[in-house]
Design a protein around this ligand. Structure first.
Ligand code: GLU
Length: 366
């Protein structure tokens, strides 16, 4: 893919842009980002926003000492989150949806699939998902901790092909530009090496959690998963006008494989298969020739013990492996709904979390 030919982007906007200079939420830097999001959507590109700013937005509303306690910060996040959402919503004339996540949610296979389904549905309905960490419930050990890394995980769960990190710095420099006048911007990073990490200092912003290091970590996660990553200065409105003209003012971390290859690798080698679904000839043809999703009606037999969200092998009636995919149902549930129409699932199980058993985006053919 050409860097500018992306279809689905995760755009991360940091606290320094949402609540500049340690103050409350402000629209000052958001207008150009919002205009850019509008323009991208007009061009039929999908955008998921990862936004910080809940703690900053709630800061003035919760009494606190010099260094707020964890409970105080959690309360700030709770009251500030609605302010942050409202701050974004006023720029858009389409609906915005709030998704709050913790590290635990993304690590749990069942919840991972739920998050994926939710984002997919929101995008299909033209809604802008706005994701933040669920700071009010997540204590340190349950957190991703910073929204740069969270955005990389969100890019992966959304099957994005671009991650754009909007910060208050132009990109990655050869040295800290605030202290080194001769520091130069690095426009293109082919591969993230220890030398690249060595260029990152910590954060100097009192409100923001991340610094250049967490941005490089995020870029590393994303690029290994086939997602190009950009760091741009969200304070500079020109950045977004230029992006629309296929020009980058910032740093580009090149992806290490195509998203398809990276996904295939992830499904085939990283996710252990927990069981097998044997399909009939009709489903075999639909999966291999038409790129269809697997429906319950096409399932003949289910083997092994697996949960919703686990990877399973899909095989033909004669046992030949056809592919590997992420199941929307557990083995126990599939045993009850195999061979039946999707619309009957709710009658049999009492609920129907998904019309398909394996979504075509979550299936790789072998
Ligand atoms: N989740 C935090 C907030 O909304 C921000 C974390 C970060 O900026 O990295 O305030």
């Amino acid at each position: 893919m050409n860097l500018f030919g992306w279809q689905r982007a995760v755009i991360k906007v940091g606290s320094a842009l949402i609540a500049p200079e340690g103050g409350p939420c402000s629209g000052q830097y958001l207008l150009s980002i919002a205009r850019y999001i509008n323009e991208c959507r007009r061009l039929n590109r999908e955008v998921v926003l990862v936004s910080s700013g809940s703690v900053a937005a709630g800061r003035s509303l919760i009494a606190h000492g010099e260094i707020p306690s964890i409970a105080e910060k959690q309360a700030m996040a709770a009251v500030g989150q609605t302010k942050m959402m409202a701050n974004w919503s006023r720029f858009f004339d389409f609906p915005c949806a709030q998704i709050l996540l913790t590290h635990e949610d993304l690590a749990d296979r069942r919840r991972y699939v739920n998050i994926k389904n939710t984002i997919r549905e929101l995008l299909n309905n033209g809604i802008l998902p706005i994701v933040n960490e669920n700071d009010s419930v997540a204590t340190q050990e349950l957190k991703v901790g910073d929204n740069d890394n969270l955005a990389a995980l969100v890019a992966q769960v959304s099957d994005a092909d671009l991650l754009m990190i909007c910060s208050d710095i132009d990109g990655l420099y050869t040295a800290d530009p605030r202290t080194h006048a001769d520091a130069e911007l690095i426009p293109h990073i082919k591969k993230i090496t220890p030398q690249i990490y060595a260029l990152a200092g910590g954060t100097t912003n009192k409100i923001a959690t991340g610094g250049m290091r967490t941005k490089i970590e995020a870029a590393e996660k994303a690029t290994l998963n086939g997602i190009h990553t950009l760091i741009v200065n969200g304070r500079n409105g020109q950045v977004f006008d230029r992006l629309l003209q296929n020009e980058l003012l910032g740093s580009w971390f090149e992806r290490q494989a195509s998203p398809k290859k990276a996904r295939k690798y992830w499904l085939q080698h990283t996710l252990k298969s927990h069981g097998e679904i044997q399909v009939d000839l009709g489903a075999q043809a639909a999966l291999s020739k038409k790129g269809a999703s697997l429906l319950s009606i096409g399932i003949q037999a289910v083997r092994g013990k697996f949960n919703k969200g686990d990877a399973v092998l899909v095989c033909a009636p004669d046992g030949t492996p056809l592919g590997k995919g992420i199941s929307q149902y557990s083995a126990l549930e599939l045993a009850k709904i195999k061979g039946i129409q999707s619309r009957q699932i709710a009658d049999i199980l009492g609920y129907c979390p998904s019309d398909v058993v394996i979504h075509r985006d979550d299936l790789v053919l072998i």
